[in-house]
Design a protein around this ligand. Structure first.
Ligand SMILES: Cc1cc2nc3c(=O)[nH]c(=O)nc-3n(C[C@H](O)[C@H](O)[C@H](O)COP(=O)(O)O)c2cc1C
Length: 73
């Protein structure tokens, strides 16, 4: 697949199969790749949290305006 095709066909994924656990190592690898993205003055002012506890996820979603995009609704 060419870069052009990757950019044209990339889509946000909003469906998650909650019966399968996310592989933490794969998540970590994706984050490492995302961190290659350019950012303002190369300040790298980011923090990532891979939260797996359902109750914590519910609480923290409030900080994201209670968006439901992390659920299968
Ligand atoms: C920096 C950034 C922040 C975003 N924040 C949100 C968000 O808070 N809520 C949300 O539902 N989508 C968010 N999105 C996803 C965009 O809304 C989504 O990419 C856009 O609707 C285009 O859809 P597509 O990715 O499927 O092409 C964000 C995307 C970026 C790049």
């Amino acid at each position: 697949m060419s870069l052009k095709e990757v950019l044209e066909y990339r889509r946000s994924v909003r469906y998650f199969d909650e019966t399968k656990e996310l592989d933490t190592e794969k998540v970590k690898h994706c984050i490492e790749l995302a961190m290659l993205a350019p950012n303002s003055s190369n300040m790298q002012l980011w923090e990532f949290y891979h939260i797996t506890d359902a109750e914590t996820l519910k609480k923290i979603s409030h900080a994201c305006m209670d968006q439901k995009s992390n659920r299968n609704t």
